[in-house]
Design a protein. Structure first.
Length: 290
């Protein structure tokens, strides 16, 4: 059963349209990684967003568009290696200007241009923005004092390895084997840069400057490619529907983990994939509502 204090979405009114439930824009993708922004986009739709657009490099636009006809997909300037070119930044800013929530990072790739784009979006976008995956790699090159200066709500969704990178230490660090210490460092970082941090893993931690919570759903079968992209999309959709960043992160973590538990019940932990979570998000959301 969902915790009694778990945040909930309000009931939908009968006289509404897609424009009442938020526009999500996902910025990601690169050659060989078109599925990541597609997973985030499809998860956002399954989580109630009214409109979802994926912005990807031109080389992968056809692949990204092939996953779901309900997702709008736009290809922008790219480099020979299939990642975004610096020239894409102006158009990215234009495309996200009408978004209610933005997700940056799924399958984004790594390059100097990616660092430039991610840094600019971090500092200048006024909307709530979720940074995940390769966007976290880019943010790890920026010092805390600089990260503390941004124009709107910021959410980071690192797994333990990405958290270590944000802290400037490697996987061989003593922090890597001490979850309690890693959580304390995550809380310190959240306060320092005024962001919500979702530290994924067993009993996922959601923390900001004022509050924290642990999630009680999920299982080891979710340690598979793409599940983090699904969480990013769920979180973006909930923020777009006007939940606060902390409440959106908490509800997203529970629903995401519950979908994973449902997948494990029917498929086992070994055989489940991120697509299986997508197929069960509706059950998790119904359980929350009921």
């Amino acid at each position: 059963m969902p915790p009694a204090d778990l945040p909930r979405l309000p009931s939908r009114r009968s006289n509404t349209s897609k424009y009442d439930y938020g526009r999500v824009v996902v910025v990601g993708g690169a050659a060989g990684m078109a599925g990541a922004p597609a997973l985030s986009s499809m998860a956002a739709l399954r989580s109630g967003a009214g409109l979802v657009e994926a912005i990807v490099p031109e080389q992968v636009v056809a692949i990204a568009a092939s996953f779901d006809p309900c997702v709008m997909v736009r290809g922008l300037a790219d480099r020979a290696d299939g990642t975004f070119a610096s020239d894409a930044l102006e158009e990215i800013e234009s495309r996200v200007s009408h978004a209610d929530a933005v997700a940056v990072g799924p399958g984004l790739g790594r390059s100097d241009a990616v660092v430039q784009i991610v840094s600019h979006l971090w500092h200048h976008l006024p909307q709530p923005v979720i940074f995940d995956a390769d966007a976290l790699w880019a943010l790890a090159s920026i010092d805390r004092g600089t990260l503390a200066r941004h124009a709107g709500p910021r959410m980071l969704t690192p797994h333990a390895g990405e958290m270590l990178r944000l802290l400037g230490v490697g996987r061989s660090s003593a922090l890597a084997g001490d979850r309690a210490v890693l959580e304390r460092e995550a809380a310190t970082l959240a306060e320092a840069i005024d962001a919500v941090i979702v530290l994924k893993g067993p009993a996922t931690l959601i923390v900001d400057r004022a509050q924290r919570a642990h999630n009680d759903t999920g299982n080891p079968g979710m340690a598979t490619a793409g599940t983090g992209d699904v969480l990013t999309g769920v979180t973006a959709a909930l923020v777009a529907q006007r939940l606060s960043p902390f409440d959106a992160a908490r509800l997203a973590a529970w629903v995401h983990g519950r979908a994973g538990d449902l997948a494990a019940e029917s498929l086992g932990e070994i055989s489940m994939t991120a697509r299986d979570l997508l197929d069960r998000l509706h059950v998790a959301f119904r359980e929350v509502r009921e």
